[in-house]
Design a protein around this ligand. Structure first.
Ligand SMILES: N[C@@H](CCC(=O)N[C@@H](CS)C(=O)NCC(=O)O)C(=O)O
Length: 303
């Protein structure tokens, strides 16, 4: 009988040694001017101890820990699939088309929540594996999520959408006025795709710079000292990175026994602080499901 073997491109290691591609001493990729470091100890955070939002299709009632903090857990609508009728398109309702598991869509969903726009921007979740034909034909021809239906137009691209929502809707501003912070934000927005690519390439054994990429994040988090976030205070930049770090963290811990927060106290604190943000918490996926889905996507199976 053929045996099924998972070929793990990340041999498990209990210590971070110099041969570990995730602990390289090479120079950071991101050209950040303030190369600060910290010697604080690292705290391990409870990444697996959350309550995760469950779409209506999978639940009867939601009783959330969020309620105890006065932030009511939103009832999430079931995903629309090939059997679903379209919503009444272009009827004046602002709709955010997402997938519950898409990190790009999650950015926009977090932004909507953090600005308190749950009543103004309606979620329209799409089942990407069984997509309704009307989505491509009538809503968003690129056929991707996220997309925002607003003022009789549909726009896409998550980084554009988070900025659009921040400037075109009410709620607290998620982008500072300080020119130095804005300039750094632009650097970090430009870097995020390359950060993600560097990390995911290393999953497939195609690169060894993942440790440097996380070092970049640690350095970036050290630039402003008026808070634990990329620009000091919480902003769109945190929202741009959070869905990806949410995935990379448990995946690397599981498959490589590599804790991205080890030796990176700023990153450890950032994750802890992000996990206190209710607008973000409501969008988080179950880390066990994220790990399983990343395993299917990135690990080679040999028979
Ligand atoms: N650059 C886009 C990426 C969006 C994207 O790739 N979304 C994925 C889901 S995570 C998607 O819709 N894939 C469907 C497809 O490619 O057919 C953004 O930032 O919004």
């Amino acid at each position: 009988m053929a045996s099924l073997k998972i070929c793990n491109p990340f041999p498990t290691s209990t210590s971070q040694c110099s041969s570990n591609p995730f602990s390289s001493n090479r120079m950071p990729i991101l050209p950040i001017k303030s190369a600060l470091s910290s010697t604080n100890s690292v705290s391990v955070h409870p990444i697996l101890s959350f309550h995760f939002p469950v779409p209506a299709s999978k639940k009867s009632t939601t009783i959330s820990s969020a309620m105890s903090s006065g932030y009511v857990q939103e009832d999430l609508p079931p995903a629309l699939d090939s059997t679903s009728d379209p919503p009444p398109l272009f009827d004046g309702t602002t709709r955010l088309y997402i997938s519950y598991t898409c990190p790009y869509a999650q950015r926009v969903w977090i932004t909507r929540n953090c600005k308190g726009l749950q009543d103004k921007i309606k979620l329209a979740p799409i089942d990407l594996k069984n997509r309704p034909a009307w989505y491509k034909e009538r809503v968003y021809p690129p056929n991707k999520v996220p997309a925002l239906e607003h003022n009789n137009e549909v726009k896409g691209e998550s980084l554009d959408l988070i900025k659009y929502i921040d400037t075109h809707f009410e709620g607290p501003s998620l982008f500072p006025d300080d020119p130095a912070k804005r300039q750094f934000a632009d650097e970090l927005f430009s870097y995020v795709n390359s950060f993600c690519k560097t990390v995911t390439s290393s999953f497939k054994g195609e690169g060894t710079d993942a440790g440097i990429a996380f070092d970049d994040i640690e350095i970036a988090l050290s630039k402003f000292e008026d808070g634990p976030f990329f620009l000091g205070q919480f902003s769109l930049v945190d929202i741009a990175y959070a869905p990806f770090i949410e995935r990379f963290h448990p995946f690397l811990l599981d498959v490589k026994n590599y804790d991205i927060t080890h030796g990176r106290p700023k990153l450890a604190t950032w994750i802890e602080e992000m996990n206190k943000n209710e607008g973000y918490k409501q969008t988080r996926c179950d880390p066990k499901e994220l790990v399983e889905s990343y395993k299917k996507r990135f690990m080679v199976i040999e028979i």
